[in-house]
Design a protein around this ligand. Structure first.
Ligand code: ZN
Length: 243
């Protein structure tokens, strides 16, 4: 994730943020100049996101765009037999609902699920489409993030078929930690297995391998990074390609 210079907050920015009792952490929202904030922010509603919550269903109408403020969501490829594999991860660097902005109203075989609970600022896709006409910086930020996410999805697809599960698990933990600002965070081996397209026993062995190497600590339902530099060295090249 690239660092950006954040414009100074406006009074309206502060008022809305205070009213919603949540500082604005989303990189796209934070990059906006005051005149664009004044157009967009009154349309935003803060929504709490619970672990496991499905915020976009397979082939369901895309009604809202979510600017993630904390937590992470997974973009899952859904198969006909019900299996899902994570093909993208979105946190406070980005937003959910990109196809809705570009006029696509349904995405078959795609599901968006909350992995680490948090919050998002939500706006109607149609409302955002109208605002975008008058917001060149917001439009540019969304286009930039769209390209970033496309690269991540392509790299993740290659990773899932190329790299060892220990390397992939290290990559996934680092990507989650980056978006969560810290560890530990709550995640079970079963969830990680589903996201990495493998089974729980395989993920448990991989987690134990990383634990014995002193890179992570994990208990039932929680993971903490113990050696960040070591975990980065143990991750596949995909983490560095996407960092
Ligand atoms: Zn990889």
């Amino acid at each position: 994730m690239s660092a950006r210079t954040r414009p100074p907050s406006t009074a309206l920015d502060s008022a809305i943020s205070n009213a919603l009792d949540s500082p604005i952490s989303n990189d796209v929202l934070a990059a906006l100049p005051s005149n664009e904030r004044d157009l967009l922010f009154p349309q935003l509603t803060l929504k709490e996101l619970s672990h496991g919550e499905r915020i976009q269903g397979d082939n369901q109408p895309i009604e809202f765009v979510y600017f993630l403020n904390s937590g992470t969501v997974s973009v899952l490829a859904a198969m006909a037999d019900g299996k899902t594999v994570e093909v993208g991860m979105i946190g406070k660097e980005g937003l959910v609902g990109l196809p809705g902005i570009f006029g696509v109203r349904r995405m078959p075989h795609r599901v968006i699920v909350v992995q680490i609970r948090g919050s998002a600022f939500r706006v109607g896709a149609d409302d955002l489409g109208r605002i975008l006409v008058s917001c060149p910086v917001l439009r540019s930020e969304i286009e930039r993030y769209s390209q970033e996410l496309m690269l991540q999805v392509a790299q993740t697809a290659a990773c899932n078929t190329t790299h060892q599960v220990e390397q992939r698990l290290a990559r996934w933990l680092l990507m989650s930690a980056d978006r969560h600002d810290s560890t530990p965070f709550a995640v079970t081996h079963e969830v990680m297995a589903g996201l990495l397209g493998t089974n729980r026993a395989t993920v448990s062995l991989a987690a134990e391998f990383l634990k014995k190497a002193g890179l992570i600590n994990h208990t039932r339902g929680s993971v903490q990074i113990a050696d960040r530099a070591g975990l980065e060295a143990g991750a596949c090249e995909c983490y560095r390609a996407l960092a």
